[in-house]
Design a protein around this ligand. Structure first.
Ligand code: BYC
Length: 309
C-alpha cells in the first residue's frame, strides 16, 4: 500500500482509539494491532480452557460439586466466546487450538501448578479468579468491540467465581485445626503464582506500551498487580489467613501495600514450558481433542444432512 495512504489510515485509526470509538471486525486496522489481539485473545481463550483442568478434583459434598461444576462450565463458555472473538480477526479456531497443542502459544502460567487439596479449589476461586477479575474488568473497555463485549458477560461470571472461592476458604478457616492448616497451605502455594498472573514487571513487559496506546490494555501489569494486593490483603486478614510474604506492609505515604520481590526466574520457567504441570496440561488437551473426534464428525454429518434436506 502507498505509504501516504497507510499513514492516513493509521492516523484515522489512532484518532478513533483516542476518542474511545470501538474498532469492529470490518474496520481497517494495522496488521500489528490485529496480530496483538489474536495473540492476547487466543491466549486468554486457552487459559479459560486449560484453567478447567486443575479444578477436576473431588469435591467434599454434592452441593460443593454442583457449584464447582457450574463454575467450570462458565469457564468453558468463556473460552468459546473468546475463540469466537479471535475468529473475527480472520483466524480459524482449529488452527488456534492446534497452535496450543503444538506448544507454539502461551496460556496463563497459573494453570501449571497442581491442585493438591480441596482448599486449593478455594484458593483458585479466591486468588486466581480474584486476580483474573482485576485484570479483566478494564478489558470490558478494551478498544476491540468483540473482545470488549465478550468481557462484560465473562466478568459478571468471574465475580461469582471469586465469591465461591472466598466462601470455601472462609468456611475452612471456621473449621478444625486441620482445615485451617489446609487453607493456609493452599494460600501459601497459590499467593505468589497469583501475583505472577499479571505478567512481567512493567520494565520487562514488551507489549504493554503499545497495547496501552491502542487501548487494548487500560492499565500496566504492575498497576493491576498492586490493585490486586491492595484488595486482597484485607480479605485475608478478615478470615485470619497469613499471606506468605514477610515484606507485606501498609505504606501510609504511598497509600498502598508494599510487597516482596517476585521470583521472576520461576515465572519464566513456567511460561517457557517447565512448570510443574505444563506437560500434563497439554497432554490432557490433546487427549480431549482426540477423544472428541467422533462427536465432531457426527455433528458435522448431522449439519450436512440438514443442509441438503
Ligand atoms: N502467563 O509484554 P507482556 C482465568 C507472556 S484466565 C503466561 O506483559 P501482555 C481463569 C506474554 O504473553 C486468565 N504468559 O504481555 C480461567 C508475552 O509473551 P508473548 C487469563 C504470560 O500481553 C479459568 C510475554 O509474557 N487472562 O483467569 O502485554 C479458571 C511478555 O508479557 C503471562 C488473560 O489472558 C502469564 N501470566 O500482558 C480460573 C487476560 N504474563 O505472547 C481463572 C488477557 C505475560 O509475546 N491478557 N505472559 O510470547 C492480558 O491481559 C495480557 O495478555 C497479560 C500479559 C497481562 C496476561
Amino acid at each position: 500500500m502507498d505509504t501516504l495512504i497507510q499513514d492516513k489510515l493509521e492516523k484515522e485509526f489512532q484518532e478513533k482509539i483516542d476518542k474511545d470509538i470501538k474498532i469492529e471486525p470490518n474496520d481497517w486496522m494495522p496488521e500489528s494491532y490485529r496480530k496483538t489481539l489474536i495473540r492476547q485473545i487466543s491466549q486468554h481463550a486457552h487459559s479459560e480452557i486449560v484453567g478447567m483442568l486443575p479444578e477436576g478434583n473431588r469435591a467434599p459434598s454434592l452441593r460443593r460439586k454442583a457449584v464447582l461444576l457450574a463454575k467450570v462450565q462458565d469457564e468453558a463458555g468463556h473460552g468459546l466466546y473468546l475463540y469466537s472473538a479471535t475468529e473475527t480477526l480472520g483466524v480459524s479456531r482449529e488452527d488456534t487450538i492446534d497452535d496450543l497443542h503444538a506448544g507454539k502459544v502461551k496460556y496463563s502460567s497459573i494453570f501449571n501448578y497442581p491442585t493438591l487439596t480441596w482448599a486449593d479449589i478455594g484458593a483458585i476461586g479466591w486468588l486466581v479468579d480474584g486476580a483474573a477479575i482485576m485484570n479483566q474488568v478494564p478489558l470490558c473497555r478494551t478498544s476491540y468491540g468483540p473482545y470488549a463485549r465478550a468481557m462484560v458477560k465473562i466478568c459478571k461470571e468471574e465475580s461469582f467465581h471469586q465469591r465461591q472461592g472466598y466462601e470455601i476458604i472462609s468456611n475452612l478457616m471456621k473449621g478444625t485445626e486441620e482445615q485451617k492448616a489446609m487453607a493456609q497451605d493452599a494460600v501459601n502455594r497459590f499467593w505468589w503464582p497469583s501475583l505472577m498472573m499479571f505478567g512481567p514487571s512493567d520494565a520487562d513487559s514488551k507489549h504493554t506500551e503499545q497495547s496501552i496506546r491502542w487501548r487494548i490494555k487500560r492499565h500496566t501489569n504492575d498497576e493491576l498487580r498492586q490493585m490486586f494486593v491492595d484488595a486482597t490483603v484485607p480479605q485475608a486478614e478478615l478470615i485470619g489467613l497469613t499471606l506468605p510474604d514477610p515484606a507485606l506492609a501498609w505504606n501510609e505515604s504511598r497509600g498502598h501495600y508494599d510487597f516482596g520481590d517476585i521470583d521472576w526466574d520461576e515465572f519464566w520457567q513456567v511460561v517457557g514450558g517447565n512448570g510443574p504441570c505444563n506437560k500434563e496440561r497439554i497432554e490432557a488437551r490433546i487427549k480431549a481433542k482426540k477423544d472428541g473426534e467422533w462427536v465432531r464428525e457426527a455433528a458435522l454429518a448431522y449439519a450436512k444432512k440438514h443442509q441438503t434436506n
